[in-house]
Design a protein around this ligand. Structure first.
Ligand code: CS2
Length: 493
């Protein structure tokens, strides 16, 4: 089969949308750090839809680690397909928004030079939670992070997200150019505000005047991003290529739903992403809190408890009646009352739509993918909700089980004694704590709660929280996951 590329686009199967603009006229106005499936299935799609009207916003897609995406997409000159599937039908579209592909470690100085190009007015990020070199419990910079240490000593050859963002701004300031707007697109609370604090803290390690210039001139709008985009599998490649009639080495397979809410505080011109369906608002916080706590909180709960029950995918976890019931009740009874009111927004319909999205049989979203990096995800997904409820004297039964599910998961073996492969930046620390504590809840729970970068200092010393988590973990370890989920549902009613 021929490869998808500009010269084969005419041979695409009928019914597949393709770029409706002249790609050779598209300039690079955005540099995106973190060229994963999520960016390609979300922000790049919104951008693709406006390039015919405004070709200034092509995207240079940068991978910060692996060359895999560049290697797959370079022969396709950046073209790839996005398939949106709800289980009954597929919509396919070829995206042409990537004007270039780069692998940062191959030429860090070259990337800094690109960042200094005045035509680039936005630098966006999807580098996952752990890509911000911060302490998830507090949002503070981890100055002892090896990449941060390296970048503060070698600012001309950075490795980290912060090193590149600050390095590019430094060159622009030296050249007397205006800065770019920095657009965080990861699932972090107040992601723009958090990234701003980290960028300034890192810049302070290099040059106080630069840090002040950044604080005074650079804009960091916060965003709420939402689309479920599982990692691409070989089966996806085969199926998509057959449907396209052309070989696509790295297609994106996702759901029809997509949402992007952006704080409208750009430093200069910005793409009219609202024309392609994004929402520019004054304050993203209520949208962000709702999404992180309802969608991502439920996702992590389904991932840990579901994986322990033997479910490979979110859809399989949703087919477990007690688990699906527990998650629905947790969202309705425990999470929703902590959310600020969003005028005119129907949160009941939002929850129902989420459960429907989780059931999407076409997605095959693996529980292990969502379970990874739990230490970076728990604070904004579950612990913030728990703190809010404790402060109001409200019960946390189901949320505590979700946290205990994470503890059971990171303890290292499943109910059949099989090892669970842990993927987390703190995995060696987790393993050591779990090994030392052994499989006893009254040792394992306090050991894991001592991780201040995840739980902070206040929460673990709250006896209601510590007690609820330990009780749930004890039940998971002694009665098993299935029985505990069913029992917790009854107890929480
Ligand atoms: C998921 C998210 O992998 C995960 O942890 O919870 O990537 C989720 O699919 C997206 O946030 C949906 O917008």
């Amino acid at each position: 089969m021929d490869r998808l590329s500009p010269s084969t686009l005419d041979r695409l199967s009928a019914g597949i949308l393709k770029p409706n603009y002249d790609r050779t006229a598209v300039a690079t106005g955005i540099i995106h750090l973190g060229l994963g499936a999520f960016h390609r299935g979300h922000q790049a799609v919104y951008t693709d839809a406006l390039l015919r009207d405004d070709p200034r916003w092509g995207i240079l897609g940068v991978s910060l680690r692996s060359p895999d995406t560049r290697d797959a997409l370079q022969p396709q000159r950046g073209l790839y397909s996005v398939t949106a599937s709800d289980g009954t039908g597929d919509q396919r579209r070829v995206i042409g928004a990537l004007t270039g592909l780069a692998v940062a470690p191959e030429d860090p100085a070259g990337l800094l030079a690109r960042l200094a190009d005045p035509a680039v007015r936005i630098v966006s990020t999807t580098v996952t939670e752990k890509g911000y070199s911060h302490d998830p419990a507090t949002g503070a910079l981890r100055a002892d992070d090896p990449d941060i240490r390296h970048d503060s000593l070698n600012p001309g050859q950075p490795r980290s997200t912060l090193g590149f963002i600050v390095g590019g701004l430094r060159l622009r300031r030296q050249a007397g150019l205006p800065p770019y707007t920095v657009l965080a697109c990861d699932n972090l609370p107040a992601n723009g505000h958090t990234l701003r604090g980290l960028v300034i803290a890192f810049a302070e390690l290099l040059d106080r005047d630069l840090a002040r210039w950044i604080a005074d001139t650079v804009r960091f709008p916060s965003t709420m991003v939402d689309r479920i985009v599982p990692a691409t599998t070989d089966a996806d490649r085969t199926e998509v290529s057959a449907a396209l009639g052309l070989d696509d080495a790295w297609p994106v397979v996702t759901e029809p739903f997509s949402q992007w809410v952006i704080e409208d505080t750009f430093g200069g011109e910005r793409p009219a992403w609202d024309i392609s369906g994004a929402q520019f608002v004054h304050d993203v916080a209520p949208f962000e809190l709702m999404k992180l706590r309802l969608l991502n909180g439920a996702h992590s709960t389904l991932a840990y408890l579901g994986h322990l029950m033997g479910c490979q995918t979110v859809a399989e976890a949703m087919a477990e009646p007690d688990l699906a019931g527990l998650v629905e009740e947790m969202m309705r009874e425990e999470v929703t009352p902590t959310l600020p009111a969003l005028g005119g927004f129907d949160v009941t319909a939002y929850r129902a739509a989420l459960l429907q999205r989780f059931r999407n049989p076409a997605l095959k979203h693996r529980t292990v993918q969502i379970a990874m990096d739990g230490t970076q995800k728990l604070p904004q997904r579950l612990l913030g909700t728990i703190s809010d409820r404790l402060a109001r004297g409200l019960p946390i039964t189901r949320l505590a089980l979700a946290v205990a599910g994470w503890m059971r998961y990171v303890s290292g073996t499943d109910e059949h004694g099989q090892p669970i492969a842990l993927r987390d930046p703190l995995s060696s620390q987790l393993r050591a704590l779990a090994d030392q504590a052994g499989p006893l809840a009254n040792r394992l729970a306090p050991a894991l709660l001592s991780l201040a970068s995840v739980f902070g200092r206040e929460l673990p010393s709250n006896p209601r929280f510590a007690g609820a988590v330990e009780t749930a973990l004890d039940s998971l370890l002694t009665a098993g996951v299935r029985a505990t989920v069913a029992q917790t549902r009854r107890a929480a009613r």
